[in-house]
Structures are given as structure tokens and as C-alpha cells.
Ligand binder design. Structure first.
Ligand code: ADP
Ligand code: MG
Length: 552
């Protein structure tokens, strides 16, 4: 501003007034501009800015209106505490009081802010104590961090899942490792019990032995469950009719479930064929029924098992997003038990999720089922109502090569023979069982518990034996090496390799070495008898005559 100062009677009277008016105007203008600048900052801030006094917002910017869903008048009418989630209110008040009392508190913290629809927003708030109209007030800045919070929760959930799956992997490795030993022990328990049972006449002992056998079978199923969960069990997918598998399972269930539980079975399409591993399908059904039975253990009820054929059209994609439209076998297991809440239902397929007391549930049953069904290209749905019951629907794609379907073997008398068999296993028990089971079938069985000794024996008289059955994992020389040496000595000698668990040797590799059959332990002796007969029948009968006898 240009000024002209001159004296009039010694005072700058007139021009001075003009000067002051201009200066005040300028100051007002400056103030207005500065206020406008601040107002713009506050108005356009993406952060919510508000002043709270006596539990009311006496000032709030548009961002505060946006996050709360109220307009400015409505905002000022509501107590500030109404915007704070009840669970966080105590914490917010406590912090406020302590700051007012002069305590040094962190200025930034987060809490749950409730909007007009009572929806939760996670907000991060920073505060400052100010004076507003001569009274103490709190200036608050808060920003919506809901997305960040959700992302964090999701990250934690994924981390938890990862930990979970690593735990499963560890269990798988462990399970695989012990499976070999454990299966051998089980085979001995079951085998000897079977032998004892076939010799015992007295009824009391018989029923005890039956119980021992049932427990043994359950233990076998458990090992198989653990192994199938860790996916280290050999998969055998072939076209099979499912109805006989279901009937077989129902027989077992009838024997084991209390009479307070009625079992209804409906099989609408007995000839349906699915590419599957029958033992795994059996396991799916047994796991589902075990859960159903558990849900009905107080008060009993009805267990319904149904098999039907269904067509999934394009419209079913919403219920089964993973399933292609087509023909499916539907296996339905329904119970009238206690049912589940939606919260439980959300988690039932998670490994280790169980609502049962320790010792009664592992939380693996449904996780196993889920894995099996996925590997069969199928799907599973569940519906449940608390107090009414639960229904599981398993969908398995129908096989296109139905003609090739095999009936799952009905128990038959094992085939017999008179050939000479060399049986090698480092477990004395297994060797004894094999002898006691194969000899009554007519075979001439020689056994060894040392692979080295067995090889010496074989080298001495390579043409004496018609068939060799050997374990894989043995000290000093593995079954694989033994088999290779024997095949060098006498190419074509039929060998059956038995193994509990093997990462290194697969069925394909074994067959590639010239081994005739690869069997998983625990050995099903009926299957073994069939394999022995089949292999021996395939051998040319030449050379079966004029062999010298010698003592072994
Ligand atoms: P577990 O049986 O060892 O608990 P599962 O994976 O088989 O493990 O089942 C997980 C949980 O799912 C059970 O603990 C139970 O809460 C629930 N559940 C499964 N099937 C049923 C059913 N038929 N009725 C009620 N609840 C069930
Ligand atoms: Mg279960």
C-alpha cells in the first residue's frame, strides 16, 4: 500500500483514517482467505475431522458425515458414544479420561466405529485436547482402515492355513514312516488272531477273539485313514460298481451300531459304475456314518443311506461350481441326530476341526472325505439343522466305461496249489503267519527272516522254487536288491514284493524291474492267494518237472 503521510496541525488525521480503513479491510480479506484455505483443507480432507465436546460432535467435516452416513444436523444430535462399538466404548472412554487427567497416552489408536446402519468400520483415530468456545474439547482425526484390517485378517487366516497344511505334511511324513512298522505289527495281530480263531471251539474265547479281530480291523482302517490323508497310499482307480461297496459297509455298520439306531438303505441304481478306489469309497461312507451315529448316540434315530443316479445340468453350477454338468452317482447319508449350527458347518471340512471331546474326535474324518472325493473328481454338500439332523450328499462322476466294471470281490474260498514258495520277511511273526496260511492251501512254503540267507538259499538251488514272496524293507539287503539278484540268477522267477510304505519304490518301478506283483501291507491273505495262483498259472509249466528234492 502506498501511503502519503503529511502533518496537519501536527497530526495525520484525515489520511490516517483512510489508511486504517484500508488496512482493516486488507486484514479482514487476509483472514477470510486464510479461513477459506483452512475450511478447504478440512472440507476436502479424506480423513474425518471432528470436535467432540460433552459427548457431542460440535464440529464435523464432510468426511465424518460420509463415514457415519448422517448429515451434519443429525450428527450433532447424537451422542458421540453411539458411534463407538459397545465392546470398544470402555477403552475409548478410559483413554479420554486418562488424557484429561494429564496422563501421557499414545495419541493414535483404533476402534470400531458404527455407522447409521450399525455397520462396523475399523477406524484409526488420533486426538488432541483443545479449547473450543472457552471449554475443553477433543479434536479428533480418524480414517477408515477397514480394508487394511480385513486384509490383515485374511493374511493371518492364510498364514494359519499354511501352518495347518505344514502340520499336515509333517503328520504325513511321520505317518508314512511309522506305517511300515505299524502295519507289520497289525498284520501279526490280525493274522495270529485269525489263526487262533480258526482253531478255537469254545464260544467264550471265540467272542473275545472276534472282538480282538474287530479292534485290529479298526486299527487297520485308522492307519489307512492316516495314510490316505497324507496321500502316500497307492491309488487304485478302476471302474467299480458302488452298490456292493455300500452293501459291504452297511453289513459292518449293522454289526457295530447300537440297536437304537435304525439303518435304512435305498439303492435305486444298483449297476452304477464309478472310476474309484473301492477302499476309499468304503472309507467315505464309514466316516460319514460314524459321524451320523455319533450325532444320534443319545436317543438313537434313523440313519438313511441312499444311492441314486442324478443328472447335473448347467443350472447346478451354483451349488457345485467344481462339477461339470453330467451324470453322477449320488450317495446320500442322512441322520436324525443333533445337527449343526451354521458356524460349525462352515468349518467341518477343516483338518483338526472337531466339536468332540478329546479322545472321541480327531477332526480328520471329513477332511479325509473331502480329499478323497476331490481326487475322484466329485463333490460333497451338507445340509443340517440343529435338533433335526444332517444330510451329506456325495456326488461321484459316473464312469463311461461301465462294461469294464468289476464287481468288488465277494469273499470266496482262496485258490489252492502245490507249488514251492519261498517267503522272506524280517518279522518272524509275519513269516509264521504266512506259513500257517499258505501251507493249508497246499503250498510247500519255505520261510526266511534274513534276505541274505534267502539269497544264499536261492543261489544254491535256483530252480527249486516256483515263486518268491519278499518284504521290501529289511536290514542288510532290501527286497528290491534281493529281487534283482534273484532275477539275475534266474531270469523270469516270479516274485511278489510286499511293502507297507515306500517313497522310493513305486508299483511301476517294481514291475519295471521284472517283479510280478506289488502288494501293500497289511497283506490281505485272500488277495495274496489269488495273486499267487494267477502268477503261477501264467508261468509256462515247462521246468516244473524233474527237479531234485533237497532239504531246506
Ligand atoms: P470328528 O468326527 O473327529 O470330530 P470330522 O471331520 O468327522 O471329525 O467331523 C468334524 C465335525 O463336524 C464334528 O466334530 C461334528 O461337530 C461335525 N459333524 C460331522 N458330521 C456330523 C453329523 N452327521 N451331525 C452333526 N455334526 C456333525
Ligand atoms: Mg468323524
Amino acid at each position: 500500500m502506498s501511503t502519503c503521510i503529511f502533518e496537519l496541525d501536527g497530526e495525520p488525521a484525515v489520511m490516517g483514517t483512510a489508511y486504517e480503513t484500508t488496512a482493516r479491510k486488507q486484514m479482514e480479506e487476509d483472514l477470510r482467505r486464510s479461513e477459506e484455505k483452512y475450511r478447504n483443507v478440512v472440507t476436502y480432507a479424506s480423513e474425518a475431522i471432528a470436535v467432540v465436546q460433552d459427548n457431542r460432535m460440535i464440529f464435523a467435516n464432510p468426511a465424518t458425515c460420509r463415514i457415519s452416513g448422517y448429515n451434519w444436523e443429525e450428527l450433532t444430535e447424537r451422542p458421540f458414544s453411539e458411534f463407538i462399538h459397545p465392546d470398544d466404548l470402555g477403552m475409548v472412554i478410559d483413554r479420554y479420561l486418562r488424557r484429561m487427567a494429564g496422563e501421557d497416552m499414545p495419541r493414535v489408536y483404533s476402534f470400531r466405529f458404527l455407522d447409521r446402519q450399525r455397520r462396523v468400520h475399523w477406524v484409526e483415530m488420533s486426538t488432541a485436547l483443545i479449547e473450543w468456545d472457552g471449554k475443553p474439547a477433543v479434536l479428533t482425526f480418524f480414517s477408515d482402515i477397514t480394508d487394511a484390517k480385513r486384509a490383515e485378517e485374511e493374511r493371518q487366516r492364510l498364514e494359519e492355513l499354511l501352518r495347518q497344511s505344514q502340520k499336515m505334511e509333517a503328520i504325513g511324513t511321520l505317518a508314512g514312516g511309522i506305517a511300515h512298522d505299524f502295519n507289520n505289527l497289525l498284520a501279526a495281530i490280525i493274522g495270529f488272531t485269525e489263526i487262533a480263531r480258526s482253531r478255537v471251539k469254545e464260544s467264550d474265547a471265540l467272542s473275545s477273539l472276534d472282538k480282538a479281530l474287530r479292534a485290529g480291523e479298526r486299527a487297520k482302517a485308522l492307519v489307512s485313514q492316516i495314510l490316505s490323508f497324507s496321500r502316500q497310499k497307492a491309488q487304485e482307480f478302476k471302474p467299480i460298481k458302488i452298490a456292493p461297496v455300500v452293501r459291504e459297509a452297511v453289513k459292518l455298520l449293522r454289526a457295530s451300531l447300537p440297536s437304537t439306531i435304525a439303518i435304512n438303505v435305498t439303492i435305486d441304481a444298483a449297476d452304477m459304475v464309478v472310476e474309484a478306489d473301492p477302499s476309499q469309497i468304503h472309507q467315505v461312507l464309514m466316516n460319514l456314518c460314524a459321524n451320523a451315529a455319533h450325532a444320534m448316540r443319545n436317543g438313537g434315530g434313523v440313519l438313511e443311506i441312499a444311492l441314486a443316479q442324478v443328472t447335473l445340468g448347467v443350472e447346478s453350477a451354483t451349488i457345485h461350481p467344481d462339477l461339470n454338468p453330467g451324470e453322477y452317482l449320488l450317495m446320500r447319508v442322512r441322520d436324525s441326530g443333533h445337527g449343526m449350527t451354521p458356524e460349525v458347518m462352515d468349518r467341518i471340512f477343516e483338518p483338526y476341526f472337531t466339536t468332540k471331546p478329546e479322545g472321541e474326535g480327531t477332526g480328520l474324518g471329513l477332511a479325509v472325505i473331502h480329499g478323497i472325493i476331490k481326487r475322484h473328481g466329485g463333490g460333497i454338500t451338507v445340509a443340517s439343522e440343529v435338533g433335526r439332523g444332517t444330510e451329506f450328499c456325495v456326488y461321484l462322476p459316473l464312469s463311461l466305461c461301465a462294461e469294464a466294471a468289476m464287481e468288488v470281490k465277494a469273499p470266496q474260498a482262496p485258490p489252492t496249489g502245490h507249488e514251492r514258495i519261498l517267503f522272506i520277511d524280517d518279522e518272524l511273526d509275519l513269516v509264521e503267519i504266512a506259513g500257517q496260511i499258505l501251507k493249508p492251501l497246499g503250498y510247500d512254503v519255505t520261510t526266511r527272516t534274513s534276505s541274505v540267507e534267502a539269497l544264499e538259499l536261492f543261489r544254491a538251488k535256483p530252480d527249486y522254487f516256483d515263486l518268491v514272496i519278499t518284504d521290501l524293507t529289511m536290514p542288510n539287503m532290501t527286497g528290491e536288491t534281493l529281487a534283482q539278484r534273484m532275477l539275475q540268477i534266474r531270469p523270469g522267477i516270479p516274485i511278489i514284493l510286499c511293502t507297507g510304505f515306500s517313497r522310493e519304490l513305486t508299483r511301476e518301478k517294481a514291475l519295471g524291474l521284472g517283479i510280478k506283483e506289488f502288494m501293500l501291507k497289511p497283506i490281505d491273505y485272500g488277495e495274496l492267494a489269488i495273486a499267487i495262483r494267477t502268477i503261477l498259472d501264467e508261468q509256462a509249466p515247462a521246468g516244473a518237472t524233474d527237479r531234485e528234492e533237497f532239504m531246506v
